[in-house]
Design a protein around this ligand. Structure first.
Ligand SMILES: *[C@@H]1O[C@H](CO)[C@@H](O)[C@H](O)[C@H]1NC(C)=O
Ligand SMILES: *[C@@H]1O[C@H](CO)[C@@H](O)[C@H](O)[C@H]1NC(C)=O
Ligand SMILES: *[C@@H]1O[C@H](CO)[C@@H](O)[C@H](O)[C@H]1NC(C)=O
Ligand SMILES: *[C@@H]1O[C@H](CO)[C@@H](O)[C@H](O)[C@H]1NC(C)=O
Ligand SMILES: *[C@@H]1O[C@H](CO)[C@@H](O)[C@H](O)[C@H]1NC(C)=O
Ligand SMILES: *[C@@H]1O[C@H](CO)[C@@H](O)[C@H](O)[C@H]1NC(C)=O
Ligand SMILES: *[C@@H]1O[C@H](CO)[C@@H](O)[C@H](O)[C@H]1NC(C)=O
Length: 290
């Protein structure tokens, strides 16, 4: 009895559905006549065409306001920070000159300098002999780059001493200033009239011993020539080579941690901000064991 009622109601549902799909009396497909369907399809076609038109227009207008050479929204530091190479997250360099505990640091410097061979630089950049900034504001992209070749790093170039001093207990550390697009560092005339300068001091400076910089000013400070600025960004200046300053520690007192602070000296870079310890400076620990 129950099965029969169910069957009957099932058949009813099926018939109603069939009639909904195609009603021969009114000639309606899914409740609408052909012309009604045609109208609704045309309506949606026009509707979506207009919608995508508006979207494309918005996108087009947005893209017109974008300058490929300059990020529209910059959340980066407006003052550059400093970094060291070898790139060690702990900023602690500890080695023993007798065995190859320094090999990771040597590898790190090799990696940092892999594009700095003369042959590579001659392909990528031009030999800039002028003084001052290398402004290319009115030059279409790609913009040119000044060469920075390994040999500028003197005894830290890896050309004569492939261990960058580590095997002699006179380690080299490379310092670079982070790139900030369009930034023009300003000179401090009492230090140099052609470059900004970098200097490193130890917390206990006498025990840190004497140090030399490559390239350097005649006051024994590291020097970064103004011709490497401004940087126009990866898109506009793909061949840009970041300049380095190498500092070599010649008379490190052995078996102790040296806390080293390196600063960049430029008229418009803050390097003593208590709240940002990496603005215009960098700290690392250096230890040579014996
Ligand atoms: C390097 O040599 C020192 C002693 O000269 C030793 O204490 C240390 O364990 C050695 N390290 C490695 C990785 O061989
Ligand atoms: C760059 O020069 C160094 C030292 O002359 C050499 O060891 C290295 O293989 C060269 N690298 C490239 C990429 O040519
Ligand atoms: C960039 O470097 C490549 C070689 O690596 C060179 O062919 C190209 O001309 C350089 N571009 C500019 C703008 O100097
Ligand atoms: C770039 O061109 C503008 C106008 O054409 C000029 O005023 C400006 O001095 C030029 N800048 C440089 C760096 O040549
Ligand atoms: C570079 O190394 C050579 C050979 O060891 C040495 O004579 C020279 O004084 C060093 N230069 C500097 C600036 O330390
Ligand atoms: C830079 O130039 C000024 C003015 O010409 C001069 O007084 C100063 O000594 C120069 N600085 C250096 C480091 O030569
Ligand atoms: C190296 O430093 C020691 C003190 O740490 C000092 O007595 C010595 O004169 C220094 N040597 C050189 C060449 O500067």
């Amino acid at each position: 009895m129950a099965a029969l009622t169910m069957n009957r109601s099932w058949k009813k549902v099926f018939d109603e559905f069939k009639e909904f799909m195609w009603n021969p009396k009114t000639r309606e497909f899914m409740g609408r006549t052909g012309s009604s369907w045609a109208l609704i399809i045309i309506f949606y076609l026009v509707f979506y065409a207009v919608l995508s038109g508006i979207f494309a227009l918005c996108l087009y207008v947005m893209l017109q306001t974008i300058d490929h050479n300059y990020p529209k929204y910059e959340d980066r530091l407006s003052y550059p920070g400093l970094m060291i190479r070898p790139n060690i997250p702990s900023l602690q360099i500890t080695f023993n000159r007798q065995n190859t505990t320094w090999q990771p640091y040597v590898d790190g410097i090799n990696t940092a300098l892999q594009d700095y061979n003369q042959s590579t630089q001659q392909q990528r950049g031009i030999d800039c002999t002028f003084q001052g900034y290398f402004r290319q504001d009115n030059i279409t992209t790609p913009k040119q780059a000044c060469q920075f070749t390994r040999d500028l790093l003197g005894n830290c170039s890896g050309l004569d001493d492939t261990t960058y001093g580590y095997a002699n207990g006179t380690p080299c550390v490379l310092i670079k200033m982070n790139r900030v697009i369009h930034f023009l560092p300003e000179l401090i005339p009492k230090f140099s009239n052609s470059s900004i300068t970098i200097s490193c001091t130890g917390k206990n400076d006498n025990l840190l011993g004497s140090r030399v910089y490559f390239p350097s000013t005649n006051q024994n400070m590291g020097s970064i020539d103004l011709k490497y600025y401004p940087y126009y960004g990866q898109w506009a200046q793909p061949n840009y080579t970041q300049p380095f300053v190498a500092v070599q520690f010649l008379n490190l007192t052995q078996n102790m941690d040296h806390n080293v602070e390196c600063l960049v000296n430029a008229g418009n870079i803050v390097n003593d901000n208590d709240r940002d310890k990496f603005q215009g400076r960098v700290y690392f620990t250096l230890r040579s064991n014996s």
